[in-house]
Structures are given as structure tokens and as C-alpha cells.
Design a binder for this molecule. Structure first.
Ligand code: AMP
Length: 363
């Protein structure tokens, strides 16, 4: 029986473990928190920091293939392990995505359109970049930002003044894209074939994903082009395993925003909404099984459940409605804005969701 090692034991590790089990695979997870969600289902647990070289080595020793559900695994500890153990995605896609400047430069070099961007390190370089890129613009920390943390939209001189404290760490300034919509794609590659999941249209609230709507209900030509360009990018970069890319779409233009070489929040809908899902295909890849081509089962809406919606989600779960799948991750501590679970509505359009369900959750 093969064992998959997962660096990280959050909700992504939890869902990857559940799918691994359905394929007759075992998992061993490593996470600094003994209460991390995936430990409730993983076959083995290693409680240790992400940069604990000895613990990571132990994870590799116990695994047939190792992956990560977390972006910020340091290269110093991962690179030596990639040479000696089976970590088939390698360090490269993590390295390319850990720094927003490197990430956008890499996307551009491999043929994707990005918003204009420049590295900024201090007030002088910020003002020079604002001069070239114009306002509005978005200032983001180059590393460790997520869900809108570590970023500010700059529209005025006052915003620039107020954003200066962010410059205590290296930043990137990007042109603000007044997008028509945001969308994302998840792909899995075995080095020869790339399978991609139907594109989701993403609706964010306060920088955090709120809803993912599939099909995206937008111009099919744009979606087909997004898929073609994404698959071409994945091949051109030589990435294997899983890759998610988030885009902004404005008119006929598709702008790369960011990528993640791990299962993605916008891909949760695939568990019930598609014939195979992002976790299952990643597990198949890691176990050396042939990939399956996914198909959408029916129109699907995924709603993220943050702390403020946890009670409402429990009520929805208790109703046991057909086509409504409530996932709660079992995190001990609930906080507003913390991802506590998600609900997948299969057989539902965005309009039907808005009419029948949206009012159940915090506006
Ligand atoms: P990020 O962490 O880069 O994904 O940013 C979080 C959210 O902020 C995105 O999903 C967008 O809604 C918004 N955002 C980030 N960058 C830009 C941009 N350059 N133009 C417009 N909106 C942005």
C-alpha cells in the first residue's frame, strides 16, 4: 500500500487524505499544530515546524511520494530532500510562486499577460513606480501575503502615505485591473498529459474567496483561451503535479494574478461537482496512476464558510438537502475570516444561489 507524504495538515491536506483513502493509499502529514485538521484522518502524524530538516526527512522516509499543501516551505530544507527522495513536483513551482515579483516575471516570460508591475523597496522607488504605472495601483508584500493580507490599494497621495509602513519588507507595485470578473483554473500534469478542471468564476469579499461559480457563465471563447494558455504555461514551465492559476479578466484580456502548486480553494467544487476532483487527480499523479479527464456533473456553486458563517453552515448541514454538501474542517478555534469549511451546491446556478441561499450567510 503506497503512502503519500503531505507537508502541511490543513484543510487541503484533509481533503487530499480523504481522496487518497478512496484510492487505497495512506497518508502521513507534517504540521506544526497538533490540532491541524488533516491529523484527524491521516494515517500518521508528524508534529514539527515546516523548516525542521530532521522531521521533513522523517516524512520523506515514511512516504513513497511527497507533496505540499502549503506554499512557504523553505528551499533550504526542501532542496536537499528533492535530490534524495521522491518529491515529484520538486521545489521549482514553489520557488516560482513564493515571491510575487518572481512569480509575475516567470508568468510573463512564459507567455502570460500580467498587470504592469515593478519591485519597490522604499518611498523613492514607490513614487517612481507610481509615476510609471499610474494610479490606482496595488502595493503588495513580495512574500507571505495571502487572502488580501499584506496589500493595499493606492488611489491617492494619502493612500501612498498610509501604505509606507508596508515597505518595511520588499514589495511589488502592480497596476490595478478594473476587472469584469476573476477566474481560476486547476490543472494536473504527469509530465505528458495535462488535465484541467472547468474554470470557476470567483467572487471575493475582503480579499478572501467567497463564491466559486462553475460554469463561469461568461464568454466561452475567453474560457477556452484561458485553458489553452494555462496548459501551455504549465508545459512551458515543466511543472508536474498540480497547479492552480488565478486570473483577472477585463474585456478580451486575461491577466495572470497568481498561482499555487497545490490544491486550490476554488477547486473545492470539484469534489462533488465534477466526475473526478483536484485531490483525487493529485493523489493519482503521486501514486503513478493514469490521470482521468474531469467533466462537470452539473452547474455548481461553492460557498466558503468563514468563522462568521459557521453556525449557518451547521444549520444547512442539519437540513440534509439534496445536492447540498457541507464540509466542516473541524478547526478547534473559529474566528471571523478564518476558513472553517465550505458548502458545495450541485445543480445550482449563481442566480439560483443568490435567490435561495445567499441571505442565509453574513452579508
Ligand atoms: P491576491 O492576494 O493577489 O490574490 O489579491 C487578493 C484580491 O485582491 C484579488 O483576488 C483581487 O480581488 C484583488 N486584487 C489583487 N491585485 C489586484 C490588481 N492588480 N487589480 C485589481 N484587484 C486586485
Amino acid at each position: 500500500m503506497k503512502t503519500i507524504g503531505i507537508i502541511g495538515a490543513g484543510q487541503l491536506g484533509l481533503m487530499l487524505t480523504e481522496e487518497a483513502h478512496r484510492l487505497g493509499l495512506r497518508t502521513v502529514c507534517l504540521d506544526p499544530s497538533a490540532e491541524a485538521p488533516a491529523f484527524a484522518v491521516a494515517d500518521e502524524a508528524i508534529v514539527a515546524a515546516y523548516d525542521d530538516a530532521a522531521a521533513l526527512e522523517e516524512l520523506c522516509r515514511r512516504s513513497d511520494a511527497v507533496t505540499y499543501e502549503f506554499e512557504n516551505v523553505p528551499g533550504e530544507v526542501l532542496v536537499p530532500l528533492v535530490e534524495r527522495y521522491n518529491i515529484p513536483q520538486g521545489f521549482r513551482p514553489l520557488y516560482d510562486s513564493q515571491d510575487r515579483l518572481r512569480e509575475k516575471t516567470n508568468a510573463r516570460e512564459h507567455g502570460l499577460l500580467t498587470p504592469g508591475f515593478e519591485a519597490v523597496d522604499d518611498e523613492t522607488s514607490l513614487r517612481a513606480a507610481v509615476g510609471r504605472l499610474g494610479l490606482p495601483a496595488v502595493l503588495k508584500t513580495r512574500t507571505l501575503g495571502y487572502d488580501g493580507h499584506g496589500q493595499r490599494v493606492l488611489r491617492s497621495e494619502e493612500d501612498i502615505e498610509a501604505a509606507l509602513p508596508l515597505l518595511s519588507v520588499p514589495c511589488i507595485l502592480e497596476q490595478f485591473v478594473p476587472f469584469d470578473f476573476e477566474a481560476s483554473i486547476v490543472m494536473v500534469s504527469d509530465g505528458e498529459r495535462v488535465v484541467s478542471f472547468p474554470v470557476g468564476r470567483n467572487i471575493h469579499r475582503d480579499g478572501i474567496l467567497d463564491l466559486c461559480v462553475v460554469p463561469a457563465e461568461v464568454d466561452p471563447e475567453i474560457l477556452a483561451r484561458m485553458r489553452r494558455e494555462s496548459e501551455r504555461f504549465m508545459r512551458a514551465c515543466g511543472y508536474r503535479g498540480i497547479l492552480a492559476i488565478e486570473y483577472f479578466v477585463r474585456g478580451g484580456e486575461i491577466y495572470f494574478n497568481e498561482m499555487a502548486p497545490r490544491p486550490h480553494n476554488s477547486g473545492h467544487y470539484t469534489i462533488e461537482g465534477a466526475t473526478t476532483n483536484q485531490y483525487r487527480e493529485l493523489a493519482r499523479y503521486l501514486a503513478g496512476m493514469p490521470l482521468e479527464e474531469p467533466r462537470l456533473v452539473a452547474p455548481t456553486v461553492m460557498k466558503n464558510i468563514l468563522g462568521q458563517d459557521l453556525e449557518a453552515a451547521r444549520e444547512v448541514a442539519a437540513e440534509g438537502r439534496q445536492g447540498v454538501y457541507v464540509h466542516l474542517y473541524g478547526k478547534r478555534e473559529s474566528r471571523p475570516k478564518r476558513k472553517m469549511g465550505h458548502i458545495t451546491f450541485v445543480g445550482m446556478t449563481a442566480r439560483e444561489y443568490e435567490a435561495a441561499w445567499a441571505s442565509r450567510f453574513v452579508e
